[in-house]
Design a protein. Structure first.
Length: 238
């Protein structure tokens, strides 16, 4: 499926084109523009992002700040958000130390930031096009760091570009693109189209949102000292 294929489906959903009609060059260009705006917006919604990007970077001893993005000091894409990070310790076998992701307030509250030892956390200033990562404490060795960041869908360059997305996304993108294209063509999307877009988005989000883990308050659970109930022997297991 190409950008033009996706756009053709969306325009047909609006009734702008019929089956077998050829989309004009001007309308195809509009599809590309609106699709890229949609992708840009979708990249900021965690529930619509299908996976986390995994990257490993190497720190420089005694260097606290690193940039990510085009021409940055770390060979990695600028992250929209860092979900989690690990410091890899060169033990045998190697072990991972989870790094805290500091907020602005948490970073600002560190009174003495010029401490050199094993890093415990990262502050991402979120700048653009280069984001700067600040490590605290400053690394005393050339540690390897694992970064789990939101996977971005890249912008499309031409209407002939292939659209490669996971199962479930094609339905969502067609209906969502139709809704976004409607104002440019002076039409209103039907209630069915709007409802289908919402249903498709919820299906996508159900795959991307982890199920919450339930736990009982230890204070409410009485330890009887016995095992589980055996329904065959009709007694507690020892």
């Amino acid at each position: 499926m190409t950008v033009l294929d996706l756009g053709t489906d969306a325009l047909q959903e609006l009734g702008i084109y019929g089956i077998g009609d050829t989309v004009s060059a001007a309308d195809a260009a509009k599809v590309l523009t609106v699709l890229n705006r949609m992708v840009d917006a979708e990249n900021t919604v965690r529930a619509n992002i299908y996976t986390l990007n995994f990257a490993t970077v190497t720190l420089t001893p005694s260097l606290q700040t690193y940039t990510m993005g085009p021409g940055g000091t770390l060979a990695a894409t600028r992250p929209i958000r860092i979900e989690r990070a690990n410091l890899v310790l060169s033990s045998s076998p190697s072990s991972r130390l989870p790094l805290a992701i500091y907020s602005e307030d948490e970073w600002a509250s560190i009174a003495v930031q010029q401490v050199v030892t094993i890093p415990q956390g990262i502050y991402n200033d979120g700048n653009f096009p280069l984001a700067t990562l600040y490590f605290y404490p400053i690394p005393d060795q050339g540690y390897t760091v694992e970064l789990y960041t939101w996977q971005q869908v890249a912008q499309f360059v031409a209407t002939t570009d292939a659209v490669v997305i996971p199962p479930g996304y094609q339905d969502y993108w067609v209906y969502e693109l139709a809704i976004r294209l409607a104002p440019s063509f002076g039409v209103q999307p039907s209630g069915v189209t709007v409802a289908m877009a919402k249903r498709a988005e919820l299906r996508v989000q159900s795959l991307n949102t982890p199920s919450p883990k339930m736990a009982s308050d230890p204070a409410l659970v009485r330890d009887s000292g016995r095992g589980g109930w055996n329904r065959i022997s009709r007694s507690f297991n020892p």
